[in-house]
Design a protein around this ligand. Structure first.
Ligand code: ZN
Ligand code: ZN
Length: 507
């Protein structure tokens, strides 16, 4: 079997791994590259494999850094099946069209500039039609069911405890009559998250491809609900609004969970909580339809009559008019809106109307990337520009990093330790260079496992028989070296080398 890494190598986005065995080609994830311009451009590069030659795409979860290139893959000839959990399939139904909308908007913006400069217009990475077309390739699967992809390959989706429907993918491959297992973790959640269960314990895996987003971090223990409670009351007593920029998937619902608990405990000030994002509203609806994925704590709450997504204090504003009407309200509002980093969407309107007022609060619950409006505000800028207008930052700014859906370093190591049969090789992906490298060395020093941080485009031979795999790898590398040699060497050198090789072969 051959495993190739085509994304999430020393970066956190663009997850994409290709498995080839006995004529079957399986892709695990097909994510969008996000971040700096250099990284974003990778999304536009030709796929390093023929999309038409891929039989299956196994999708770990709905986040765009794992799924965001699917419309392109399908447009460029993919004809196989996309397998994902049922919740992931439903989430994709709203997230891929949304991603396409963003791509179209960005291309339109660039085209406007290009036209003015007399340059050719820019085509979007993919269109809304591409996204909708790609949805027909999806097939929903359940956690824990072994699915046969070919007589010698099966796949099992296991709960990754990251976001609703997120899965690890366990491949069982039989080659030359011997079986071995390759596990892709996707993104691993942190234990004790709201709604979702804790990451599944895997007993047996020969090879593991593990994420390392927080491979060099230890999450602080924070009582998020208590912080939220204090911020809510402070803002309410000052007579202002609380503005929370949040991602539509999981983060928004996690906030609702805590707000609902405060409400039912009688600890919520008399405020109106508004989810002002059609996407977040659609995602919340999908959460309510998939209560079968909830953990025990969430089920218990619902049994006690406290549905975390449906308290009386929570309202959804879907239309633009409803959203605009919020601008006139001076106090008693909690607005949860997207985008999470304040780069686009309705949140910018709410910031424009509330950021300059000292009685208001802006609460950041998610990661704010370098260069984003959210980061500028968090870094203490006293003046920001929104819709071309200068806005003073007078509101109270609070950061609450606790709502993370990723395991930190100790949790990652602890989860890996749970694999009874020691994996013979661990591949560390989906992390910035420092995070990936730190986790890699911890895996070696603390767990005694062999671990590597693979390079983009690198390929590895995996097999039930370690020695055979090593020999095959050496053979493949020799082939690569020969190719290289052929490109550079003079005819006389090639002739001499051929003679030498012939001698070795005839021994
Ligand atoms: Zn994720
Ligand atoms: Zn991810």
């Amino acid at each position: 079997m051959r495993l190739s890494f085509y994304g999430a190598t020393r970066i956190v986005t663009g997850s994409c791994f290709l498995v080839e065995t006995g004529g079957l080609r399986v892709l695990v994830d097909c994510g969008l590259f996000q971040g700096t311009r250099e990284i974003r451009e990778l999304s536009f590069k030709p796929f390093p494999f023929l999309p038409a030659s891929v039989d299956y795409l196994l999708l770990t979860h709905a986040h765009i850094d794992h799924s965001g290139l699917i419309p392109r893959l399908c447009r460029e000839g993919f004809q196989g099946k996309i397998l994902a959990t049922k919740a992931t399939v439903d989430l994709m139904g709203v997230l891929l069209p949304d991603a396409a909308h963003i791509q179209e908007m960005e291309a339109e913006q660039k085209s406007r500039k290009a036209r003015r400069a007399g340059r050719p217009v820019v085509a979007p990475l993919y269109t809304l039609t591409d996204a909708q077309e790609s949805l027909r390739f999806f097939e929903g699967v359940d956690y824990g069911t072994e699915l046969s992809l070919a007589p010698h390959v099966s796949a099992t989706f296991l709960d990754a405890g990251h976001i609703l429907g997120a899965a690890m993918v366990l491949l069982t491959v039989t080659e030359n009559g011997v079986s071995f297992r390759l596990l892709f973790t996707g993104d691993i959640g942190r234990p004790g998250q709201r709604f979702v269960k804790d990451p599944a314990v895997v007993e047996d895996a020969d090879y593991v491809v593990i994420e390392s987003t927080y491979g060099n971090r230890i999450h602080q223990e924070i009582d998020e609900k208590a912080v939220l409670h204090d911020v809510l009351w402070r803002t309410y007593q000052r007579g202002g609004n609380l503005i929370i920029p949040a991602f539509a998937v999981e983060r928004t619902q996690d906030l609702l969970y805590d707000l609902s608990e405060l409400y039912h405990a009688g600890k919520l000030p008399p405020v109106k909580v508004v989810i002002d994002s059609p996407l977040a509203a659609a995602v919340t609806d999908i959460f309510t339809r998939h209560s079968e994925y909830y953990d025990r704590e969430t089920r218990f709450l619902i049994q006690c009559g406290q549905d975390p997504l449906n308290s009386e204090c929570i309202h959804f504003s879907v239309t633009t008019e409803e959203s605009r009407a919020l601008n006139a309200i001076q106090s008693g509002l909690v607005i949860i809106s997207a985008s999470g980093m304040c780069e686009a969407g309705r949140i910018r309107h709410h910031l424009k109307h509330n950021l300059w007022r000292p009685e208001c609060t802006v609460l950041f619950v998610g990661y704010q990337a370098e260069g984003t409006l959210g980061r500028h505000i968090l870094d203490g800028d006293k003046m920001v520009t929104i819709f071309g207008e200068e806005i003073a930052v007078n509101a109270e700014i609070v950061e609450l990093p606790g709502y993370s859906a990723h395991a930190d370093q100790p949790a990652l190591l602890n989860w890996l330790k749970g694999i009874q049969k020691k994996p013979r090789q661990v591949f560390v992906v989906h992390g910035e260079p420092e995070a990936a490298e730190t986790l890699r060395s911890k895996i070696e020093s603390e767990l005694g496992l062999s671990a590597v941080v693979p390079d983009y485009g690198s390929s590895w031979t995996l097999a039930a028989d370690v020695q055979a795999a090593a020999l095959l790898d050496a053979y493949r590398r020799l082939g690569e070296r020969l190719h290289e040699f052929l490109r550079r060497a003079a005819p006389a050198e090639i002739a001499a080398a051929a003679k030498q090789l012939e001698e070795i072969a005839s021994r």
